[in-house]
Design a protein around this ligand. Structure first.
Ligand SMILES: [Zn+2]
Length: 154
């Protein structure tokens, strides 16, 4: 279930990645904060992402179905300057991306803070409903006046 546009360089053991994750109050930008970058198996990677912090703090297991992250993959999209690390579980041989999920959705007052994130696999996250994405869509609709019957632009 890897995003087909992602280029994968290699996979890494979880035990080799977790010690390098840094707890910071906010995710630091790799371009503005070079100190956020850590050399991971030869590539500079931003180790302050809230997603990585969530995996370190809450573990690599999905809180709903219990599937366990098995490995990190060093991946990036074409044109991105740095690789990032995605965590994957295997469910019946399928690769499933692990995500950070807002326990209290943003539109219900939840915040982008580590204590409001839990580890969920992509499948459970989708079933739970991606409320942050819904919120983005609603806001787009509100901005257009009389846009009741129009679909938001892609
Ligand atoms: Zn799950």
């Amino acid at each position: 279930m890897k995003d087909p546009n992602l280029m994968r360089k290699e996979t890494l053991d979880i035990a080799d990645v977790l010690p390098h994750i840094r707890f910071t109050p906010k995710e630091l930008s790799a371009t503005s904060f070079p100190e956020a970058l850590v050399m991971i198996a030869g590539d500079p990677i931003n180790m302050t992402s809230l997603k990585l912090q969530t995996f370190k703090e809450n573990g690599t297991r999905c809180r709903i179905c219990g599937c366990k992250g098995q490995y990190f993959a060093k991946e990036k999209y074409a044109g991105e300057p740095y690789f990032h690390l995605n965590l994957y579980a295997l469910k019946e041989g399928r690769e499933v991306l692990m995500t950070k999920d807002h326990i209290i959705p943003l539109d219900k007052g939840g915040r982008d803070r580590l204590n409001n994130f839990q580890t969920l696999c992509m499948e459970c996250n989708r079933k739970k409903g991606n409320r942050t994405a819904d919120k983005v869509k609603k806001n787009k609709l509100k901005k257009k006046s009389g846009a009741k019957d129009q679909k938001p632009r892609p």
